[in-house]
Design a protein around this ligand. Structure first.
Ligand code: KIV
Ligand code: ZN
Length: 386
């Protein structure tokens, strides 16, 4: 089995569903072009039947990108598939992402149906989508809570019907990593024709486990990951592209590869956050403003001696301009001395001690001591070496 992992980005579909994150078609085209430059393999451009705006976006993104597959979401309904196929007309490689619920809770309470009927509907939808001459990905919605034997039956049936990719979503973010991995493993052990399709993982973050579950699914054999920039998506969001890409890069021993050009991650994170008016939490892995910021004295001292003491990723590798040392009341002399040197002031011994005492008084009053505060401290210190 190849170790190349296909990156399926759904920022413009699952991500854009988030209230307040809606983008105009022109903005979506900009994001899609940047996703192409980042090196994603598939762009889920929207849900064409959901609105004229989404339809237009899928049309325009299909024209605007060359390399990635462009994908449109549908329910297992004729009208959805017809509209999606029309929207994908200009795509160099188009894919219909169709599917239906697979868990008993969805079958009973969402579709008011039974297993046999949803199975037949799903198989029908795959065959109909296939007749449009496009790639077809099938999603078994809420697969994280589905009966495993039924999930295997559904997977086998949709592959036999022609699905190129089968998505096993943990729609509600319910699974634990080792159990989600076991689910994927079960499919590899029980679905006879599984080698005829790519298995995809699409995990939600309701318990903060989306990335861990995605990794577990890949280790068990999935070869496509469904992700979003900054982890945006329904409710608590989806697996974040930056986390999964950097896990594979940092842990090369796992042997998985993506085509992601990691140095483009941070600029795209900023672009998506700005266009969607969706701030990134400060402590977000890889792209949060604190991801490469060191604030305690012990860490700052260690970082200044050797960055790898406290950084497992070089910020430049993800396009972050530089690490930062944040000066607070928890900072030590080493960080203060370093920052003063950057500002052109050199302190040692007693002078440094005096400066540090004065610094702590300011730091206790303020959350963060900035360069202007340091200059005021320096000019007020009686004996200075400049
Ligand atoms: O979470 C989910 O199950 C989805 C499907 C539509 C793929 O987003
Ligand atoms: Zn989803």
């Amino acid at each position: 089995m190849s170790n190349k992992i296909q990156v399926f980005d759904t920022t413009l579909r699952d991500g854009e569903q988030v209230p307040g994150c809606q983008l105009k078609t022109e903005e979506k085209i900009i994001v899609a072009q940047e996703l192409e430059a980042l090196g994603v393999d598939v762009i889920e451009a929207g849900f064409p039947i959901s609105s004229p705006g989404d339809f237009l976006s899928v049309v325009e993104i299909s024209k605007a990108v060359k390399e990635p597959v462009v994908c449109g979401l549908t329910r297992s309904k004729k009208e959805d598939i017809d509209v999606a196929a029309e929207a994908l007309h200009h795509a160099k490689r188009g894919r219909i992402h169709t599917g239906i619920g697979s868990s008993d809770v969805h079958i009973k309470h969402k579709f008011k149906s039974d297993r046999q009927q949803v199975l037949e509907q799903g198989v029908w939808a795959v065959k109909y989508a296939k007749s449009k001459g496009l790639e077809v990905e099938f999603f078994a919605e809420d697969a994280g809570r589905a009966d495993l034997a039924f999930l295997a039956q559904m997977t086998e049936a949709v592959i036999a019907a022609g699905a190129d990719v089968v998505n096993i979503p943990d729609t509600t973010g319910y699974c634990l990593p080792h159990l989600y991995g076991k689910r994927i493993q079960y499919l590899f052990d029980h679905v006879k024709n599984i080698d005829k399709a790519v298995i995809s993982v699409h995990c939600h973050n309701d318990l903060g486990l989306a990335t861990a579950n995605t990794l577990s699914g890949v280790i068990a054999g999935a070869r496509q990951v469904e992700v979003t920039i900054n982890g945006i998506g329904e409710r608590a969001g989806n697996t974040s592209l930056e986390e999964i890409a950097m896990i594979f890069q940092v842990h090369k021993d796992l042997g998985f590869e993506t085509g992601i050009k990691s140095e483009k991650i941070y600029p795209l994170s900023k672009l998506v956050s700005t266009l969607m008016r969706m701030p990134v939490q400060a402590n977000k892995a890889i792209v949060g403003s604190n991801a490469f910021a060191h604030s305690s004295g012990i860490h700052q001292d260690g970082f200044l001696k050797h960055a790898e003491n406290y950084e497992i990723i070089n910020p430049a590798d993800v396009g972050v301009p530089s690490s930062s040392i944040v000066l607070t009341a928890r900072s030590g002399r080493a960080a203060l001395k370093h920052r003063m040197e950057l500002l052109g002031y050199k302190y040692e011994g007693e002078e440094l001690n005096t400066l540090y005492e004065n610094f702590l008084i300011v730091a206790d009053e303020k959350k963060e001591v900035v360069d202007d505060d340091l200059i005021v401290l320096a000019v007020n210190l009686p004996v200075l070496h400049r």
